[in-house]
Design a protein around this ligand. Structure first.
Ligand SMILES: [Zn+2]
Length: 124
């Protein structure tokens, strides 16, 4: 369980038998954007990732790798400069197939993913 994160110093605090994901920093930054964000789903979907521009999904910069403090700044930028809050989903430009969806509940976050996926499949 991740108990704290510190993007400035690239540090994660966690306890339990499993090492935290390298994407914990990214998740921490998404949770910090709103108290209404209670669930984050990170998936690898080539369908959604390749269609991100066509679907007008917010996308983090391709030059920024996942699991880095720079990615947390990119996430902050998306919340400042795009409608990611309303869409509930964004693509990680520098992490092939990387998609992040979020919401108040697992159902809400999952719906963002399935909506994007169905739009991909409709237009293919
Ligand atoms: Zn990933």
């Amino acid at each position: 369980m991740v108990t704290a994160y510190d993007p400035t110093n690239n540090r994660i605090e966690a306890r339990g038998p499993i090492r935290p994901s390298s994407e914990s920093l990214t998740h921490g930054m998404v949770y910090d954007q709103s108290n209404d964000i209670r669930v984050i789903l990170h998936v690898h979907s080539p369908d959604i990732w390749l269609a991100a521009a066509r679907l007008s999904l917010p996308v983090t910069a391709a030059s920024v790798a996942y699991g880095t403090p720079a990615m947390t700044l990119e996430v902050e930028r998306l919340f400042r400069e795009t409608d990611v809050r309303e869409q509930g989903i964004f693509s990680m430009g520098g992490h092939e197939d990387g998609i992040v969806a979020f919401g108040k509940t697992a159902d809400e976050a999952g719906s963002c993913l399935t909506r994007a996926l169905s739009l991909c499949l409709d237009k293919n």
